[in-house]
Ligand binder design. Structure first.
Ligand SMILES: Cc1cc2nc3c(=O)[nH]c(=O)nc-3n(C[C@H](O)[C@H](O)[C@H](O)COP(=O)(O)OP(=O)(O)OC[C@H]3O[C@@H](n4cnc5c(N)ncnc54)[C@H](O)[C@@H]3O)c2cc1C
Length: 499
């Protein structure tokens, strides 16, 4: 069933990290009914601060940058509210094994931190929102167009018109795999990496001529004097982060052994044996600290089932990227609400059976309809129009359309014969209101059959990174690195046709 969001729709956001809060804030400010569900007691997710008897320490995100003008403006509001400030640490880079491998780190990048703790911007964003703390969503159900959230202890929250997941990719994949497999495949295509975090409370200032350092050798990747951040008077506190590779290797190791290795690495870097100087310490294991390669899209929104994904793993695995992802998803939801408000009865009549895949002639009326569909679906959302280059040589290419019982165009794809049994598929477009119904896979499968009957042995295509999982499900294999085409990241994919 297709979802019709209205200004009165109820929206559930799972995850009160910075992406979920940015999304919730934008939707609530636009007047929508939003509820946020968060498994932990606080907000801000991986922008986190641990508090204990010896004081506090930021053990997740260390600082954030603000390059995007919209995010810069947001950070200014945080600063004005006292929830963030510039941090200008004395910085070093450590490149190797010897003491001489320390180098000063100079860059004009502005680094911001939450004040008095990294969680502060999240708390500010959450102010006035309905956040259900301690609600650990175990399963999602989608019945009669409404979403239900099942909590671990048996509680449920039901009646939502849309559900937006704002959490690390593996956690989103697990919740979606039964109820929205295509969305789960997006999340499943991304790998997130772990990091150990060791917080060290010292008996006094350490005699080191820097406050923070990037480490490019050994098990550590970052060390910082947490107490040098603004708004943190008092005791000397240091934070050490392990590299993704070493953390993955030692992820199940004995915690005392992990602490010993991190302290030994710190001693090797600085010459300081901290064991004599510690008044307290604490270790945290982050399973999802950063992302190997992001999905390459700001967010994912499926209007058909009313579900969306946002978070740092979609485009930029930083605080700034997570905030922007949340805002991008809110914009998609608000677009859906206003599109429904504008809709005059039904923009397109629903398809009439039987649906059929047909090869159509270049220059025919149906071919001209495909040009309109391609422009609407593939170009206008990118701020482009169909260009001369897009249609160059199409008189020698094969055009396929998925048509319904009244010959209405539902989807199309173009096949380019490259010789020797090799074809390239391009310009695949499915009518926007019919996406997510399986028409795309039906078209590709039928076209493969028709090409094979004409001697095709293999097919290549350039897939947008966001639809790589869709083609993987159809048996296509990704090759090589991402590359840019029409302003977005693509992968080359190939399928060998078997007889
Ligand atoms: C060790 C480390 C160092 C980092 N350093 C930096 C840095 O220096 N600079 C920088 O910009 N970024 C850094 N980051 C990354 C930054 O923290 C993240 O990009 C950002 O905070 C991600 O926000 P998010 O909203 O996407 O996800 P999260 O912050 O992970 O939010 C997800 C939320 O969802 C909740 N949740 C998950 N599953 C469920 C469920 N089933 N039910 C209910 N709630 C659920 C979680 O509890 C969490 O609160 C670092 C991260 C780590 C871990």
């Amino acid at each position: 069933m297709s979802h019709s969001l209205t200004p009165h729709s109820r929206i559930a956001i799972v995850g009160a990290g910075i992406s979920g809060l940015a999304c919730a804030r934008a939707l609530a400010d636009a007047g929508l009914h939003v509820q946020v569900f968060e498994k932990s007691r606080g907000v801000a997710g991986r922008m986190s601060t641990r508090r204990g008897e010896h004081g506090q320490c930021d053990h997740g995100a260390q600082y954030f940058t603000a390059r995007d003008p919209e995010f810069r403006a947001e950070v200014q509001t945080w600063i004005a509210a006292g929830a963030a400030a510039l941090w200008a640490p004395r910085m070093r880079v450590y490149e190797g094994e010897a003491a001489a491998d320390w180098h000063p780190h100079s860059s004009s990048v502005e680094r911001f931190v939450g004040t008095p703790a990294m969680t502060s911007p999240g708390r500010l964003l959450a102010h006035g929102l309905t956040v259900h703390h301690g609600f650990n969503v175990r399963a999602l159900q989608h019945k009669a167009g409404k979403w239900q959230l099942d909590e671990v202890d048996g509680t449920t929250a039901a009646g939502f018109d849309a559900v937006l997941l704002a959490m690390p990719a593996p956690q989103a994949q697990a919740l979606l795999k039964e109820v929205a497999p295509a969305l789960a495949a997006h999340a499943g295509s991304v790998q997130m990496r772990p990091s150990w975090a060791l917080m060290l409370h010292c008996d006094g200032p350490l005699p080191l001529p820097f406050d923070a350092a990037f480490v490019n050798a050994g098990p550590l990747r970052w060390v910082a004097r947490d107490s040098s951040k603004p708004g943190r008077p008092g005791q000397e506190v240091w934070l050490l982060h392990g590299t993704a590779a070493w953390s993955a290797q030692s992820i199940e190791a004995d915690r005392e052994a992990v602490i010993a290795q991190m302290l030994a690495a710190f001693q090797k870097l600085t010459g300081l044996d901290l064991r004599q100087r510690l008044v307290g310490h604490s270790l945290h294991r982050w399973l999802y600290a950063d992302t190997g390669r992001t999905l390459g899209e700001p967010c994912v929104w499926n209007a058909h089932c009313g579900a969306g994904l946002c978070g740092d793993w979609l485009q930029d695995d930083k605080v700034e990227g997570a905030w922007r992802s949340g805002r991008a998803l809110a914009a998609q939801v608000l677009d859906a609400v206003s599109a429904n408000a504008r809709q005059v009865p039904v923009a397109h009549p629903p398809p009439v059976d039987p649906v059929e895949c047909r090869r159509i002639s270049f220059g025919s009326a149906q071919y001209r309809q495909t040009l309109h569909l391609r422009e609407t679906v593939l170009r206008i959302p990118l701020g482009l129009t169909l260009s001369e280059a897009d249609v160059h040589g199409e008189d020698r290419q094969w055009h396929f359309a998925l048509l319904d019982g009244r010959d209405a165009l539902l989807a199309n794809v173009v096949a380019v014969p490259l010789g020797d049994g090799l074809f390239k598929l391009r310009q695949m477009a499915v009518r926007a209101d019919l996406q997510g119904l399986g028409l795309g896979s039906r078209l590709v499968t039928e076209v493969e059959g028709q090409l094979q009957a004409q001697g095709a042995r293999s097919i290549i295509l350039h897939a947008r990174v966001s639809v790589v999982p869709f083609y993987q499900l159809l048996g296509y294999v990704a090759e090589g690195e991402d590359f840019m085409e029409v302003t977005i990241a693509h992968r080359c994919m190939r399928k060998i046709l078997t007889r």
